[in-house]
Write a protein that binds this ligand. Structure first.
Ligand SMILES: [Zn+2]
Length: 349
């Protein structure tokens, strides 16, 4: 069995603007670390070139007119699209290939052709809403893949864990009234960071009530807080929900060196989360795990954390980086109180 690394050179051609933090260099750094470590030649890694997603598959999440707008803007050569998104001539094609990569990956995992996957794509997706490009995102790649698993593979229980530093508003909203997708967001408190949502009282609606859970972390929260979140919330949630497939929104912007956020994770904190997600997938879903790249804006961190994620997925020794950063005790206490609050309100816990 192998791990799929989903990648296409067109992901480097989409660019929002010169010097924008969501830059092609993020993927160049990730690929460069993987190459230097010899992973691209590793027999257990399969470099998968994606196919574009079919428009009908995207329409299960996004409005047709909205997508037409991105296509037209891209075909006209690009420009600003919304307040915080811009398009160039490659954006539409890159977005179709990014979402297609996710669909290809979950199809291959369902077929038993590969164990798990890392979709190393741009543009990212978790902020994209049904009819709105938002937060550097156009097509919600992970939401499209989740809906594809429900509609085409007839799965009933998908667990999405989003550990990007920003709340995955688009993903949450795509499944807010569904009990087939359990969305768990671990992110910096929306009172202190874009997009300003993802609070503990956002728990879903109708039959989806209880199937959205948000841990809004205090700025400075790091490895200790995230470890508590996995032990006290995410692992018990998985035990209760019994997911058939784990999808993860991977963002390395929770690292303490990230220029856009104020969290305190280290590379070993990310490795801990990857390992525990892999363990949840093995325990409950026969190992079915697909990881989607979202944010992460320090280029060295992008390289180190992408390498560590691939090592975890392949099942080889994790390269250790010498980082020392610990969170304050008041931060840990805030997380404990937050965990108490969500465990009291969640019907799944
Ligand atoms: Zn982010």
């Amino acid at each position: 069995m192998v791990t799929d690394l989903v990648y296409h050179d067109i992901f480097l051609k989409h660019e929002m603007s010169m010097g924008h933090p969501e830059s092609p260099d993020r993927l160049r750094s990730a690929m460069s670390y993987a190459k230097k470590a010899g992973l691209i030649e590793n027999d257990r890694l399969n470099l998968l070139t994606p196919e574009p997603v079919s428009l009908d598959t995207v329409y299960s999440i996004h409005d047709k007119h909205y997508l037409d707008g991105i296509r037209k803007k891209s075909e006209q050569g690009g420009g600003f699209y919304t307040l915080d998104t811009a398009v160039n001539q490659y954006t539409f094609q890159a977005a179709l290939l990014a979402a297609g990569g996710g669909v290809n990956a979950v199809d291959r995992i369902m077929a038993g052709s590969t164990s798990n996957a890392f979709v190393l794509c741009r543009p990212p997706g978790h902020h994209a809403e049904i009819e709105r490009a938002f937060g550097f995102c156009f097509i919600n790649n992970i939401a499209v893949a989740a809906n594809h698993l429900i509609r085409n593979h007839k799965l009933d229980r998908i667990m999405i864990v989003d550990y990007d530093a920003h709340h995955g508003n688009g993903t949450q909203n795509s499944f807010y009234s569904s009990n087939q997708v359990l969305y768990v967001g671990l992110h910096q408190d929306g009172r202190t960071l874009f997009p300003g949502s993802g609070f503990p009282d956002e728990i879903g609606t109708g039959k989806g009530q209880g199937y959205t859970l948000n841990l809004a972390m205090y700025p400075g929260a790091g490895d200790k807080s995230y470890e508590l979140a996995f032990t006290e919330v995410i692992e018990p949630l998985a035990k209760s929900f019994k997911p058939e497939f784990i999808l993860t929104s991977i963002g390395f912007d929770g690292h303490y060196k990230d220029p856009l956020t104020s969290l305190g994770l280290t590379t070993s904190g990310f490795s801990m989360m990857n390992n525990r997600l892999n363990h949840i997938a093995t325990t409950h879903a026969s190992g079915k795990l697909a990881c989607f790249l979202e944010g992460g804006y320090d280029l060295t961190v992008m390289g180190m954390c992408s390498l560590n994620l691939l090592e975890e997925l392949i099942g080889i020794e994790i390269t250790e980086f010498d980082e020392k950063h610990t969170e304050s005790e008041s931060c840990t206490q805030y997380t404990k109180d937050l965990i108490d609050q969500v465990t009291k309100t969640s019907p799944l816990l």
